[in-house]
Design a protein around this ligand. Structure first.
Ligand code: AMP
Ligand code: GLY
Length: 428
């Protein structure tokens, strides 16, 4: 069958790489893709939220299955767009509709969903501009640190953790009064601070049945030792040693099952990935956030560990037949290190020539912000440029191999964290 994968990051390269290896895949198109996805299928220069152009592409290329990588088209209603059109209504789509996508598109919706379905999460209250005074009182009666979240999509910048009341009040003004993120901060969720270790858990569901995919740990800060500003993610490891069977059973019983049952109770036809950002608070899991897509760079360690035919799994989820599927997982560790542009997550320059990818011999290199120029050279085209993934029997060995390969790749002002996986080693 012909398939369209929407997106252009490291996540999409990892998905494209795995999907293209399936015997069920005839032609794979990626919109818009990057210099890496080009070797797994055919890149088409259409933006992820250009619905009319995506529809033209689907019809022109006789696409039967659409896999949506990023959240934006889902939150904007891509599923409904295809379903409401006579010519595309029978195209299978992996990714929730507009209501399900609100789990990521609105923090207030996600918190209320969790509350209705008794899913453990930090206590919270939601405010808007009209209730700004009330929000100040609420902050005064809460304890530091204060967690403030813009309700809508804010490109990963919508969460502010304030160490003291003064900063929290300034942040509240910034979000609500100054409309820092436009409509996305018309509502603000203020919630309890959870102290613990973070973990990402991924579920593939058809709305009734589910498969729990390998978990991962993401390294969000730019600097070694978790210092400096937040990024989209600087590296990842899977499996996560502290997520033992007892903890993961709690996650399944208290969070995953109630989430899927919540979809059914509330009539949410959810077919796609659920990415659950968790905090392990003294051995008990609490949800920090839901995302309606896979994580990036987590996908670059989760996908290489999946030994089953991923396309068959994704099709079953889109078809409502996930109960017929099981998952085979490689027990070895996967570790990925992101190579980023100098200056990221602040301003950075694009179009730097990338050299030496062909010289790595332990890793799989997943492209993220890359493009090919007219002479066929690979250039940087984003803050996060590529993810170098290694699989090995221990984190120690995976680290050794990844950091041996990385210096073989070069581009002007290339930067990366040197401590991915270090905190998880404990002889693992
Ligand atoms: P998000 O944009 O929702 O991923 O949040 C960004 C980061 O803020 C998370 O990865 C956590 O590290 C942190 N965070 C969010 N909510 C909380 C909370 N309630 N308690 C502690 N940390 C939080
Ligand atoms: N790595 C975190 C995310 O994809 O949101």
């Amino acid at each position: 069958m012909n398939i369209l994968l929407i997106g252009s990051g490291g996540r999409e390269h990892a998905l494209a790489w795995k999907i293209s290896s399936s015997s069920l895949c005839s032609q794979l198109f990626i919109a818009p893709g990057n210099a890496g996805t080009n070797s797994c299928g055919i890149n088409v220069p259409v933006a992820v939220s250009d619905f009319p152009e995506l529809k033209r592409l689907i019809l022109a290329k006789k696409i039967e299955f659409v896999i949506v990588g990023p959240e934006e088209p889902l939150v904007k209603g891509f599923r409904e767009f295809l379903e409401s059109d006579e010519s595309t209504k029978n195209v299978l789509v992996l990714g929730p509709g507009k209501i399900g996508a609100q789990l990521e598109g609105s923090k207030d919706f996600a918190k209320a969903f969790m509350q209705r379905n008794n899913i453990p999460t930090a206590g919270y209250k939601t405010f808007n501009k009209a209730s700004l005074e009330e929000a100040f009182f609420f902050l005064e009666s809460s304890k530091a640190p204060y967690v403030l979240k813009a309700d809508g999509l804010a490109a990963g910048k919508g969460v502010i953790i304030s160490p003291d009341l003064k900063h929290a009040k300034e942040s509240l003004n910034f979000l609500l009064r100054d409309r820092a993120f436009g409509d996305a901060s018309d509502k603000v969720v203020i919630e309890e601070f959870l102290a613990g270790i973070e973990l990402s858990v991924f579920v593939l569901t058809d709305g009734k049945n589910y498969v729990v995919l390998p978990e991962a740990k993401d390294y969000k800060r730019i600097g070694d030792g978790d210092t400096g500003p937040n990024t989209g993610g600087m590296g990842a490891v899977s499996p996560v040693p502290f997520a033992d069977a007892t903890f993961l059973k709690k996650v399944e019983d208290r969070i995953i099952r109630p989430t899927i049952e919540g979809f059914q109770k509330e009539g949410i036809d959810y077919r796609g990935f659920v990415f659950i950002g968790l905090m392990n608070v003294g051995g008990d899991p609490f949800v920090i956030e839901y995302n309606v897509r896979m994580g990036d760079p987590e996908t670059e360690v989760v996908i290489p560990r999946i030994q089953s035919d991923l396309l068959e799994l994704l099709l079953s989820a889109a078809n409502g037949k996930l109960n017929t599927q099981s998952l085979k997982v490689d027990p070895r560790f996967a570790l990925t290190v992101m190579l980023v542009s100098g200056g990221y997550p602040g301003a950075y320059a694009n179009d730097k020539i990338i050299q030496g990818i062909e010289n790595v011999n332990h890793s799989k290199v997943f492209h993220a912000g890359t493009k090919t120029d007219q002479e066929g050279r690979v250039l940087t085209n984003g803050g996060r440029v590529m993810a170098v993934t290694v699989q090995a029997d221990s984190i120690k060995q995976a680290r050794q191999l990844a950091y041996e390969d990385i210096p073989k790749i070069s581009f002007d002002q290339m930067s990366f964290r040197s401590d991915i996986g270090l905190d998880l080693m404990d002889n693992k």
